[in-house]
Design a protein around this ligand. Structure first.
Ligand code: PMP
Length: 294
């Protein structure tokens, strides 16, 4: 059975959910998006994702044609209509239909799409063995050009990095910013542990303010670790005791090699595992219920 897709206020069967070829999301990547997840009937960090979506839209001067309350309701209804308990939810707001020019003033109405689908998990071996990561040559967008803090539909910077990682036979690509500091991987934030101190690049290094990143910083602080947001070099990663990536889809995934250097013991680290365990507990026990309190 196909999915029911939310498109501009209607829930439509997936083969009828169609967007115009004149939509500027399609023509120019002009729009914003979010990726959320539900665990056993509860949407995890719904408010945080909504906030980031509205901030991304604000930054590109795109007015989402629904109030935050209405969009929250539409997301919950879309998950419910698809009878999903464990799901991956994609919310997309584009500039809408315009002409073939760039000018957003020609796009009177933004397009709003919500897709609630089954979760595509990464292979279990990624979590058991850890990822093999390589540094890619593609640098992160400058924040004064296309700020990586905006979750925009324009992901070509990340896709070029992913292509390089694929060509190198790696699981992920590490992207440096223009100053040569570590930013993030193609769709995940990065953390490193040195002697009980957990570090992650600051948002100003050209990273998305990941929702999972934020949750992990909270968990780590609760575990008594010192958590720092600071600029990191590749060297800091090579000599780390542990390293992991965070993201809504990936959750927490260990990194055991970078540019051919083995990280730590070469196996997923103890603290990484501990944080992952706390994260899963939190994901399954918190969140906004989709099915009337259950
Ligand atoms: N960085 C980038 C570039 C991303 O696209 C994402 C989301 N997939 C993340 C980091 C992780 O963010 P979050 O934890 O909010 O999913």
């Amino acid at each position: 059975m196909g999915l029911l897709i939310y498109l501009d206020g209607q829930l439509l069967p997936e083969d009828q959910a169609r967007v115009s070829v004149f939509d500027h999301g399609f023509l120019y990547g002009d729009g914003v998006f979010e990726g959320l997840r539900s665990y056993d009937g509860r949407i995890f960090c719904l408010e945080e994702h909504l906030r980031r979506l509205y901030f991304s839209a604000k930054a590109i001067m795109l007015e989402i044609p629904l109030s935050l309350e209405a969009l929250r309701k539409a997301i919950i209804e879309t998950v419910r209509a698809n009878k999903l308990r464990d799901s991956y939810i994609r919310v997309v707001v584009t500039r809408g239909v315009g002409d073939l020019g760039l000018d957003p003033r020609k796009c009177p109405r933004p397009t709003v799409i919500i897709i609630a689908s089954r979760i595509q998990l990464y292979p279990e071996s990624h979590y058991q063995k850890g990822l093999k990561v390589v540094t890619v040559a593609t640098r992160r967008n400058l924040h004064e050009s296309l700020n990586p803090a905006i979750k925009s539909l324009n992901y070509l910077n990340n896709i070029l990095a992913k292509i390089e990682a694929n060509l190198a036979g790696a699981d992920e690509g590490l992207i440096l910013n223009q100053a040569g500091y570590v930013s993030e991987c193609t769709g995940e934030n990065i953390f490193v542990l040195h002697s009980g101190i957990l570090s992650t690049p600051p948002v100003s290094a050209g990273v998305l303010a990941g929702v999972t990143r934020n949750v992990v910083m909270g968990i780590a602080t609760g575990l008594g670790l010192e958590v720092r947001e600071r600029n990191l070099t590749r060297h800091d990663l090579y000599v780390a005791d542990e390293c992991f990536l965070t993201g809504t889809a990936a959750e927490i995934v260990p990194v055991t090699s970078l540019d051919g250097r083995v990280i730590g013991s070469g196996l997923p680290g103890k603290i990484t595992k501990e944080i992952s365990e706390f994260f899963r507990q939190k994901a399954f026990s918190e969140g906004t219920p989709v099915y009337n309190g259950k």
